[in-house]
Every structure is written in C-alpha cells, then in structure tokens.
Design a binder for this molecule. Structure first.
Ligand SMILES: *Cc1c(COP(=O)(O)O)cnc(C)c1O
Length: 406
C-alpha cells in the first residue's frame, strides 16, 4: 500500500525539523506532534484529536493526565519531592505496604525505569544464586527467551535476540542463555546446577503480543521450583490490568518468585518501577549493595499509591477483560487479505499483517487513531484502560476502514 500524503503544517514541520536536527535519531516516531491530552484522547499542535491506542507502551493505563494523579502531583510536589534514601521519607513505607497488600509479595525494591528494575532483578538473582543457592563464584547463569524485550541497558541488550539491539555495543555481559519462547523442553535442557533464574515476559509485547502455549507459565514455574531456579516475570508492560488480570501470571493461577513492575505503576506521571519478591530473595541485600538516588522518592511513591488506587477504584482490570474480549472478537471478524492473525488478551491486541505495519499506522493516524507498529509486521492496540465501549466502537470503524480498504 502507499503512504497517504497529507500536508504537514509549518508549525508541525518546524518542530519536527528541530527534533531531527538536535536530537539523536534513536526513534522513528509518527509525524504527529502532541501538545496535550485527556483520558484516551491526545491533541496535536494543530488541535487535531486522536484516540491513543498505544498508551505510552501501557504506561498510561489510567488515562492521560488523570485528575487524581494531577492532584497528587500538585499536593506532594508542594511538600517534598526528593530526599534520597540517605534519609527516610513518609511516602515510601506506605507505598511498599500498599504494593504488598495489593500483590502479596513480602518486599519491594524501588527503582525508576523499567530497565533499572530488570537490572535489579538480574543482580538479585545472581546474589541469591551465590549467597543462598550456593553457586560457585562468577558461575551463575540466567535463562531468557528469544524475542525478549527487557529494556536497553548494556547487560539487558547482551541477551537480546534482536541483532540491532546488540550491534555495536560489545563487549557484552556474559552469563545468559537464550531458549525459544514457550518451549518447556528447551527450558528443561538449559537448566544446570549453576542456573539462578529464568526470566520471561508472560506475554511478549515488543515481539508483537506473543502468547506462550496454554499451561506454559505453570509448567515453567513448577520446573523452576523443582530445580531451585528463580522464576522471574517481567510484567512492566503486561502488568497492572493490561491483559484483563492485575498481572498476566494470574491467568494461570501461579505466583512468580520475582515480579518486575514499572510503566503504569505511576500512571505516566513519573518513572517508578519496582522488584517484588519474598523475604528470602530480597533479603540478600545489605546496605550499600545496590541503590538509586531517585528510587523510592516521595513524589514517585505518592503518585504510584494514587495510580494503584485508580486501577482498583475504577475497576480497570475488569474493564480491560470485558472490553478487551469484545474488541478482540470484533477485530477477529475483520476480513482483509492484509491480515495474517489477530490475537490478544485484555486490551492488548496485536494485528499481525503479511506486509509492513508502518503504512497502516500512518493511515490510521490520518483517521485519528494512534498506533505504533512493533517488529515491522504487527499493529499493536493498547488504549488506556479507561477507554469506553463507544470510544472503542469509534476506533473499530477507523481500523476496519483502513484495513479493509486495501
Ligand atoms: C518497557 C519495557 C521495559 C523497559 O522499561 P523502560 O522504562 O523503558 O526502561 C522492560 N520490559 C518490558 C516488558 C517493557 O515493556
């Protein structure tokens, strides 16, 4: 298909030109310059309205600029924003207790970005491997999955199976083994006495909403337990309601040893991430072993507390399950030679195409629906979980028009 040619206004073009000249080109954004937003709607600098079907990679599950988060931001920012953990602050303990109450995990280790939380989980697994499991020094192995996305730090890209993510960044961090996603036999074969952890996304988001075979999470959790390997789930994108459960592991009624959360944890107002685990596991840390200047800061903690309450009070998990199932069924009813498969869970849906997804995302943008292609062939649909049935109907009409018109 051809890319629609639309006129870009001089204001929009000017901002795009500035960005192109003065920022590193490590992204390829759609040419929409957003100025403000409310709920599921974003507005560009020309005042054109779009339905946001990416939700900042699920960081704004609560909807853009949620009034309760805005209130918390104002209130907490007037009191105190940062203490560092050299001192205690009044929000951090409440954040940890509330996260414990919500999830059942004994302890919390707070960080900021998702990648930092994943790094923290990797460090935790190694430390646990040496101090608790008794793995010989510097021999710890961590098993990960092909197609993974866990962030962009050097150690994390060291075990990416995406050539581009690693290219030019060597020497890479050793100690990782990659198995095919959802392959239990490969996991069994990869485990050795030196394996300290198995890390996976319960559904792979960046890979294109890839769902493992039914029962895999349970079988993997069992296998890990039998071999004293920590089962670590990265729910930075899949967690906090996105898949129609509070966490995606709840679809298989299991509990991981280590849970990594981020993104929607503070509703898009602030980067807040965390590693959750048992006392046995997070108990490996002594003062000075690990840290973060901003991790656990009072502003982030206050926002996260409100963000979590919004998920509960507004029943966003239930909304995701119900509206997601309906929307998936409607999208699966689309008849277009361009579509290879439509799959998803909750309000997290991937439309896999035979060809490139980018031109469709550009056409959808013209229709007022913002989506971003992932891995070339998949259109990912993940609106804020506050989306209404009527808004999804509105989006569906436009998606159908774009997909069925070619
Ligand atoms: C976004 C994401 C990360 C990285 O989070 P950042 O905040 O961008 O560092 C890690 N894992 C998963 C599954 C993600 O979706």
């Amino acid at each position: 298909m051809t890319t629609p040619h639309m006129e870009i206004s001089t204001r929009t073009q000017h901002l795009i030109d500035l960005e192109t000249e003065f920022s590193a080109h490590n992204y390829h954004p759609l040419d929409v310059v957003i100025e403000r937003a409310e709920g599921v709607w974003v507005y560009d600098v020309e005042g054109k309205r779009y339905l946001d079907c990416l939700a900042a990679y699920s960081a704004v599950n609560q909807g853009h600029c949620h009034p309760r988060l805005l209130h918390t931001l104002h209130e907490q920012a007037q009191k105190i924003t940062l203490t560092s953990r050299a001192f205690r602050n009044e929000q951090f303990p409440l954040f940890c207790k509330e996260l414990h109450d919500l999830t059942g995990f004994d302890m919390v280790l707070p960080m900021n970005s998702g990648a930092e939380a994943v790094e923290t989980a990797l460090k935790t697994a190694r430390k646990w491997g040496y101090k608790v499991k008794g793995i010989p020094a510097n021999q710890a192995e961590i098993i990960v999955c092909a197609g993974n996305f866990h962030g962009r730090t050097l150690s994390i890209v060291s075990f990416s199976s995406d050539e581009q993510y690693r290219d030019g960044f060597g020497p890479l961090t050793p100690g990782f083994k990659i198995i095919p996603y959802g392959d239990l036999q490969a996991l069994r074969d990869a485990i050795t006495p030196n394996t300290c952890a198995f890390l996976m996304e319960p559904i792979q988001g960046e890979a294109g909403i890839v769902i493992p075979p039914a029962g895999f999470l349970r079988q993997a959790a069992d296998l890990c337990r039998q071999n004293r390997v920590l089962f670590m789930l990265d729910e930075i994108q899949s967690g906090l309601g996105r898949t129609g459960k509070l966490f995606a592991y709840m679809h298989e009624d299991i509990v991981p040893d280590v849970l990594i959360v981020g993104k929607a944890l503070a509703g898009g107002f602030y980067p807040v991430s965390a590693v959750l685990a048992s006392r046995e596991i997070l108990g490996v840390y002594k003062p000075g072993d690990h840290g973060s200047t901003f991790g656990g800061n009072p502003l982030g903690c206050a926002l996260a507390r409100t963000a979590l309450r919004i998920i509960i009070d507004e029943k966003l998990v239930e909304r995701s399950a119900e509206l997601g199932a309906e929307f998936l069924a409607r999208l699966q009813s689309l008849r277009s030679p361009a579509i290879k498969e439509v799959r998803g869970r909750g309000l997290w849906i991937g439309i896999e195409l035979h060809g490139k997804a980018r031109p469709y995302c550009e056409a959808l943008k013209e229709e007022g629906v913002l989506c971003k292609e992932t891995h070339d062939h998949v259109i990912r649909i993940a609106p804020p979980l506050v989306v209404t049935r009527e808004e999804l109907d509105w989006a569906f009409e436009r998606i159908a028009k774009v997909l069925e018109s070619r």
